[in-house]
Design a protein around this ligand. Structure first.
Ligand SMILES: C[S@@+](CC[C@H](N)C(=O)[O-])C[C@H]1O[C@@H](n2cnc3c(N)ncnc32)[C@H](O)[C@@H]1O
Length: 271
């Protein structure tokens, strides 16, 4: 199996707020309108994600749950596998504020799922189940499995999802252990959302594992590609990979598609 290795020295240190602001300004200068996209598939995809309206009522109960979690004073101790498995003690409210994708990104994710309607989808990084709930609501016929390393967090996610009326198909364990097992069970994957363990080597490893099992026309969305130099390095290597046909940088997410018979192209578009 072909594998991507980090070409630059790995750095886990998150960018400062100022650095992210500068990167965002640079992104806005470079970003083109979806109207300028020549690839017919990417044009339709970007047009849909940029211009379609989310039916807020459809996701309102999830936002109500998020607001409840913001006030949840329960304190839990868990292993943080995004930081070498160290023990952390946090209020649930802090986890909800820090880890769950914000509403606009959840809505983007929901639109992507609504458009692609994947049969089989996976998520790396459940946290409290907010993005999972959005994805299930947007694409109820998809078989969606999510992986979470911290047992205590996964338990709360499971109860949140059940409160929302969804079955949470959550696998508890480290990505390194659970992802290969899950991939063995699934014939192929149509969609993957990678939202945990923002390290260069790990991100490239997840990409390598998933891309080799991605269906024709499959899609992978990487969160936080401008979180650290390591994540940006990983994203640059992923979009340059020959197995990727189309890639789209929308700042919050890096999105790649595998499509047969399509010339390799990259797009920077604010969605
Ligand atoms: C950013 S949060 C996910 C947020 C969630 N997708 C949402 O938007 O609601 C990342 C989660 O991944 C988990 N995680 C990080 N590294 C992991 C690893 N190596 N193995 C398993 N879980 C991991 C963390 O415990 C954390 O809950």
């Amino acid at each position: 199996m072909k594998s991507l290795q980090p070409k630059m020295q790995e750095t886990h240190k998150p960018y400062s707020f100022l650095k992210r602001l500068k990167l965002y300004a640079k992104f806005l200068v470079e970003a083109k309108s979806w109207r300028s996209i020549h690839s017919p598939f990417m044009f339709e995809f970007a047009k849909y994600v940029k211009t379609s309206k989310v039916d807020a009522k459809k996701f309102d109960h999830i936002e109500q749950k998020r607001r409840k979690l913001f006030k949840d004073q329960r304190v839990i101790t868990f292993k943080d596998y995004g930081a070498s498995g160290i023990d952390r003690t946090r209020k649930v409210s802090e986890i909800a504020k820090k880890s769950a994708k914000a509403k606009p990104q959840c809505e983007t994710l929901a639109k992507i799922l609504t458009y692609l309607k994947p049969n089989v989808a996976i998520e790396l990084g459940t946290s409290l189940g907010i993005s999972y709930a959005y994805m299930v609501r947007a694409s109820p016929n998809s078989t969606l499995t999510t992986i979470e390393g911290a047992k205590e967090i996964a338990e709360i996610a499971s109860s949140n999802l059940s409160d929302l009326g969804f079955f949470g198909n959550i696998r508890v364990g480290k990505f390194d252990e659970q992802l290969p097992l899950l991939l063995k069970e699934l014939d192929s994957i149509d969609f993957a959302f990678v939202d945990g363990n923002h390290q260069q080597t790990s991100t490239l490893d997840y990409f390598n594992q998933i891309v080799s099992r991605l269906s024709t026309n499959g899609c992978i969305v990487f969160d936080d590609i401008y979180w650290s130099q390591g994540m940006t390095n990983a994203w640059n290597q992923i979009k340059a990979d020959n197995r990727v046909s189309l890639s789209l940088d929308c700042f919050h997410f890096g999105i790649v598609f595998i499509r047969e018979g399509v010339d390799k192209q990259h797009f920077t578009v604010a969605l």
